[in-house]
Ligand binder design. Structure first.
Ligand code: URA
Ligand code: SF4
Length: 222
């Protein structure tokens, strides 16, 4: 087991990374953003959520999931006894893509180091990917969220629980919401150390490897 630095030290490093990233201009998404949305929450969280990228409200406020999706996320967290401040919430890319289009492979590449460092500093027990985009990317699969969800995957020495994006539950059927509830109960089981079943880890060289050299795999991320 790798030695993990004390929480205070990791929190300090996370804060200085956030300050650094707030001025990042490494990719074209810097051009149209109002604020970088680095991520927020408990720097020593057991649960870290990863969304796709900031939307309009998030871009305006510099915080992740502040709209209706955020409210739903908080409600689902409440149902498993957690508050927003207990968890950490971040995104694959830290700046809003124009018109909320999907982030492009070169943008993901440019930004992924930040996500990787966030994971290394926070050391969550479980990563929860919200929606198809983040789930496919981190699990390196082209299988959609509907088929991937409902279980915890072993992932880089921790668990990954893919679930729907809250916006899908807001738009979609009651069933989507019910399945998100199921997924949050899996998260709760992981946090409480009650998860028995372990699913195999998908083969990958890098936890946030954005695009594979094989061009056929590029469509995983578009
Ligand atoms: N959707 C996301 O994927 N991330 C946010 O921060 C907000 C909405
Ligand atoms: Fe930098 Fe990421 Fe924003 Fe691109 S999306 S400018 S890499 S912080």
């Amino acid at each position: 087991m790798v030695e993990i630095a004390p929480a205070a030290e990791r929190a300090e490093k996370l804060a200085s990374l956030a300050a650094e990233v707030s001025a990042c201009t490494v990719c074209r998404l810097a051009d149209n953003r109002t604020n970088v949305v680095f991520g927020s929450g408990n720097p020593d969280a057991d649960v870290m959520f990863v969304g796709e990228g900031p939307g309009q409200r998030e871009d305006e406020q510099g915080l992740p999931f502040v709209g209706r999706s955020g409210e739903l996320l908080e409600q689902l967290l409440g149902e498993i006894g957690l508050a927003r401040g207990d968890v950490y919430i971040g995104n694959v890319v830290k700046c809003r893509p124009p018109k909320n289009r999907d982030p492009r492979p070169d943008e993901i590449d440019a930004c992924k180091g930040y996500l990787r460092t966030q994971l290394q500093l926070i050391q969550p027990k479980v990563v929860v990917t919200l929606g198809n985009f983040a789930s496919k990317l981190l699990l390196r699969t082209d299988t959609g969220i509907t088929r991937m969800r409902g279980t915890a995957y072993e992932w880089w020495g921790r668990f990954l629980v893919p679930t729907f994006h809250p916006a899908a539950a807001l738009r979609g059927s009651a069933r989507v919401l019910e399945e998100m509830r199921e997924d949050f109960r899996i998260v709760q089981a992981v946090v409480e150390g009650k998860l028995q079943r372990r699913i195999q880890e998908p083969a990958a060289e890098d936890p946030v490897e954005a695009h594979a050299p094989d061009p056929q795999q590029l469509d995983l991320f578009s």
